[in-house]
Design a protein around this ligand. Structure first.
Ligand code: HEM
Length: 548
């Protein structure tokens, strides 16, 4: 009987009924996994994560428009969590949460190891990438320099000179009917300015023949590639095999380093020369010389060449590059978005022009200056003389009177913050004021780009460019909480260069918008590029004409 039954049983495991219970069991396991997964997502505020890969696919699909993709989520929930393969990112836009991260529980939210590992190749141990004692020391040294009146006076002089150089280039372009890329010109102006003010070196990229600027190209490429690392799970593999974007990054960093070390060598040679000729006392201090000295005396003030952590050229290279990124890109992109906003809001540029003309007459009267006529369209000399006369009336104090200009710059930064998102590491598990739990090892990012567009922060016209929102009933500038207007960050790590940036931007814009009008080149696309700074992907191509 047994033998007979055995004969009737199939030899093959694929017989449809015999193993059915196994398939049903597998099906039940899969079904319960799906249900558990869906249950765990019921409170998910953000893109739907998938097992293992998290939200990588949705994020990659939206990478080119990531800031606006986040605006979509953050306008529905003011905190959003995006799961990634080995970590999760929490994005915040509510000022109460932002204050908690940037100030109240500051020590729990450093830059952190993850950010550091992505950015190390570009920023090294510089102030943007440092935490703890290393950060504190750099902050203290740099704050000392930023507080000096000498720096302010010298900056005002340099910013005026370089704004006039830019005006000269625009004047020639307007005569020749040439199209110019304003973003490129602003980048040249701000690079020359930070090198002169911060490191005492003249690099001349804004000279009239606009020389080839390989440093800038390499620096931008490096910045784009390190930003990509945040969402590219394969970047370490690519780096190991020296392949694709990581191979290009290595090449770009080589070029960037060559430029940076040459700046350091030049400054050191000047110091040696000044010491040899006994003119050391007369030498102007700047950010770089302060760090060189810090290295010479030692961090503990004990003396001894190279005794401190800033004694070697690699540390100085990190200082220089961090200040280039701080001083060049942020200011130049803000100037570019400002120009774009002014072109697309003729009522704003007209109101600004009226403020500048009224200012010119009043300041000329105050100083007893007789304004020279601008001359005809071909009279370059008369035009340049009038522009220079106007520039001479612009000082640190007098620029403070240009309230509408100040409001226009601030409104630009509200909608187009130069640092559109700023991630922080998480040291220990924590609960944000709105109840969101964040886990140690993850990242929490405050998002100035989204924050500026949220109706819950700015009211129903949040998305409109309206500089008047910054002016109170008495016509004075109206400040906003730095935890709501986060373009300069807030708390202990608030931007050190804010005043300097406003000084430079207002100096340049007062001259340009008093004497020129701009028109976007037909069909030119204006879009941001995904990198740490909100620069324009295709530059800002315009036609420029004299407006006198
Ligand atoms: C429109 C212009 C500017 C904007 C919007 C801006 C914005 C910011 C932001 C958001 C941060 C925080 C970055 C982070 O935590 O990773 C920052 C930090 C900083 N900024 Fe600015 N910045 C501007 C111009 C400048 C300029 C011109 C300088 C100096 C030349 C400067 C010097 C610094 C420094 C040294 C820090 C680091 C502060 C720290 O970590 O303690 N910034 N800035």
């Amino acid at each position: 009987m047994e033998e007979e039954e055995a004969h009737l049983m199939p030899a093959t495991p694929f017989f449809p009924l015999a193993g059915l219970h196994k398939y049903i069991a597998i099906l039940l396991v899969v079904l319960s996994c799906v249900l558990v997964h869906r249950w765990s997502l019921r409170k998910q505020k953000g893109p739907r994560p998938w097992p293992v890969i998290g939200a990588t696919v949705e994020q990659l699909r939206n990478y080119h428009r990531m800031h606006d993709w986040l605006v979509g989520y953050l306008s529905r929930h003011n905190t959003v969590t995006v799961d990634m393969p080995f970590t999760s990112y929490t994005y915040i836009a509510d000022p109460v949460n932002v204050e908690h991260v940037l100030k109240t529980n500051f020590t729990n939210y450093p830059k952190g190891d993850v950010y550091r590992s992505y950015m190390d190749v570009l920023l090294g141990d510089g102030i943007f990438n440092a935490d703890g004692e290393l950060w504190r020391k750099q902050r203290k040294t740099a704050s000392f320099e930023f507080a000096s009146k000498n720096l302010r006076d010298f900056s005002a002089f340099v910013f005026r000179e370089y704004s006039l150089k830019l005006s000269g280039i625009l004047s020639q372009a307007s005569k020749a009917g040439k199209v110019v890329d304003m973003q490129e010109l602003y980048m040249r102006m701000t690079l020359d300015s930070i090198c002169k003010v911060g490191f005492g070196v003249e690099i001349g990229t804004l000279s009239p023949d606009l020389p080839e600027n390989s440093f800038a190209q390499a620096f931008d490429a490096a910045n784009i590639i390190v930003t990509l690392r945040f969402i590219d799970p394969l970047w370490r593999v690519k780096r190991f095999f020296h392949f694709g974007s990581e191979a290009l990054l290595a090449q770009s960093i080589k070029l960037v380093d060559e430029f940076t070390y040459s700046v350091i060598r030049r400054r050191k040679a000047e110091i040696v020369e000044a010491r040899a000729s006994g003119k050391q006392e007369k030498m102007k201090h700047n950010i770089l010389s302060r760090f060189i000295e810090l290295g010479e005396v030692g961090d503990d003030g004990s003396g001894g060449c190279g005794g401190g952590s800033f004694g070697d050229d690699k540390s100085l290279r990190d200082v220089v590059l961090n200040f280039v990124i701080a001083g060049r890109d942020t200011t130049a992109t803000t100037l570019s978005w400002f120009t774009h906003m002014a072109m697309s809001h003729p009522d704003v540029s007209e109101k600004l022009r009226r403020e500048l003309c009224a200012f010119e007459s009043e300041r000329a009267r105050e100083e007893g200056v007789v304004l020279v006529p601008c001359g005809g369209p071909d009279d370059d000399k008369a035009f340049a003389a009038r522009v220079a006369q106007f520039a001479g009336l612009l000082t640190y104090d007098s620029l403070g009177k240009l309230v509408y200009l100040h409001a226009c710059v601030t409104e630009t930064l509200r909608l187009y913050p130069a640092v559109p998102q700023d991630p922080k590491g998480i040291l220990e598990d924590d609960v944000l004021p709105d109840g969101t739990k964040v886990r140690a090892g993850g990242m929490v990012t405050y998002v100035p780009y989204s924050m500026g567009r949220m109706e819950y922060n700015w009211g129903p016209d949040a998305a409109s460019f309206r500089p008047e929102r910054w002016i109170n009933e008495d016509g004075a500038f109206r400040n906003a909480s730095p935890f709501k207007f986060t373009a300069f960050q807030a708390g202990p790590r608030i931007c050190l260069g804010k005043d300097s940036a406003y000084l430079q931007m207002k100096m340049a814009l007062a001259i340009l918008f008093r004497f020129y009008s701009f028109q976007l080149l037909e069909g030119h696309p204006v879009q941001y590029r995904m990198m740490t700074i909100l620069s324009m992907a295709h530059g800002l191509k315009v036609r420029v004409s004299r407006a006198v």
